[in-house]
Design a protein around this ligand. Structure first.
Ligand SMILES: [Zn+2]
Length: 432
């Protein structure tokens, strides 16, 4: 259903509700079928709105579960990031260690180079010393300087010893230097690979960071979407409750209209019955039942058929003088008591003085009246019930402080009170 049609209906409903208290003006009231049609369309719109609400609810639930997923994804990224950071720190420590090793090796190599240089210096000095001894600059001169074969052999041995010892030291030092250099190369390679690994880890960390940012943005977006969905859902819910209220109001109107129609039918039936009764009474001459009094035109009507036995005002009862706050009407047989005017039943109960009594309130041209119908054998109405003028509310009886079957009828301009200060002579309003 389109929104426009709802508004039209709402206004129509409000207008109808506005006319509710005016029972008499049935020209304004919507017919029962119109009301039922209206209720039907409101119900179907309410159903549609409720379906939309449940769609929104499932959208919200889906959104929340996606939010949860993203939260746990972000948590996983955080864990991975922490892990990566730890690894980066480990690599950094290894790099420091390895750098230190490289530095140490460089130092060792430098020391070794220095030793080799010193050794070279030493060898030069030895050569110089031999020169001085033999007057020659070379080992050949040393050998050629021999004075005998024995001396020659001695010199060879000496030179060999010096040469081989020096050679050995030189070889050792050279090999040491080579091994140190290869070790340095190895460590430097390791350092380079550590630096590579660290760089990889840092780019992974960067990647994780941007992943997290993306997820966080998505999460924010979902939160916003959720808020929008909640607002939409609230709107739908308030629309649904509006429709619910309208539906209830129309339901009340339907009930009232049905009650009115039923009452109308009852009234008609009663009139028909009364007519039949009257016909038989006039033929038979005095039966058990007395007819409902004819409803007079105007606001008020006589509450019961019968003879006025006691008037309103000062009176003598059982030998003592008293003020009589109402008018007594008596008749024998089954005598219906009717509402003296349109109104609402205020109370219908038993009291020791009034017996079975009904109180009614009437609003007539802006003035409130209260009527009291006492000593009934029983009543057929209950509090809150709306009753039309002339509608039966009970049967004449002899209950409570009563001596003989009669109706004690009171009329108050305003509310009833125990002092009966608002009571008036019913004859001022009702023709009895
Ligand atoms: Zn009385």
């Amino acid at each position: 259903m389109k929104r426009r049609s709802l508004i039209t209906l709402s206004i129509a409903a409000a207008l109808t509700i506005g006319t509710l208290p005016t029972w008499g003006g049935s020209a304004n009231a919507a017919s029962l079928s119109e009301l039922k049609e209206k209720k039907e369309s409101i119900s179907s719109e309410k159903k549609e709105v409720n379906e939309k609400i449940s769609t929104k609810e499932s959208e919200i639930n889906e959104n929340i579960s996606t939010q949860k997923d993203i939260k746990s994804e972000i948590a996983a990224i955080d864990t991975k990031t922490r892990d990566t950071e730890n690894k980066i720190q480990e690599k950094a420590a290894e790099i420091n260690e390895t750098t230190a090793k490289v530095e140490k090796l460089k130092k060792e190599i430098a020391e070794l180079k220095k030793k080799i240089e010193e050794r070279n210096e030493l060898l030069k000095e030895r050569a110089r010393a031999i020169q001085e001894k033999g007057g020659s600059a070379s080992y050949i001169d040393v050998l050629l300087g021999a004075e005998s074969f024995g001396d020659f052999l001695n010199r060879i041995t000496a030179v060999n010893t010096i040469v081989s010892a020096d050679q050995k030291i030189m070889d050792e030092q050279k090999s040491d230097k080579e091994s140190l250099e290869s070790k340095q190369k190895e460590v430097e390679e390791k350092l380079a690979s550590l630096k590579d690994a660290k760089a990889d880890l840092e780019s992974l960390k960067q990647e994780l960071h941007s992943q997290k940012e993306q997820k966080a943005a998505l999460f924010k977006q979902l939160e916003k979407q959720q808020a929008t969905l909640e607002v939409e859902k609230e709107k739908l819910e308030s629309h649904a409750s509006e429709l619910e209220a309208i539906e209830a109001q129309i339901g009340g109107e339907i009930q009232a209209e049905q009650a009115r129609l039923q009452e109308l039918a009852r009234q008609k039936e009663k009139e028909a019955q009364a007519q039949r009764q009257q016909a038989s009474n006039s033929g038979g001459g005095g039966g058990g039942s007395v007819a409902t009094p004819a409803v007079s035109a105007g606001t008020w009507t006589r509450p019961a058929s019968g003879r006025v036995t006691t008037e309103y005002g000062w009176d003598t009862l059982n030998g003592s003088s008293r003020y009589h706050w109402g008018t007594d009407i008596a008749a024998s047989g089954n005598v219906p008591i009717v509402a003296a005017a349109d109104g609402v039943i205020l109370k219908s109960h038993y009291s020791s003085s009034y017996g079975n009594v009904v109180y009614m309130t009437h609003s007539i041209n802006g003035q409130m009246f209260t009527t009291v119908y006492a000593h009934m054998s029983g009543s057929s109405v209950s509090a809150g019930q709306y009753v039309k003028k002339g509608q039966r509310i009970g049967t004449m009886g002899n209950t409570g402080y009563s001596f003989g079957q009669h109706l004690h009828f009171e009329l108050h301009v305003g509310a009833w009170n125990a002092a009966k200060s608002n009571s008036v002579n019913p004859r001022q309003y009702v023709s009895l």
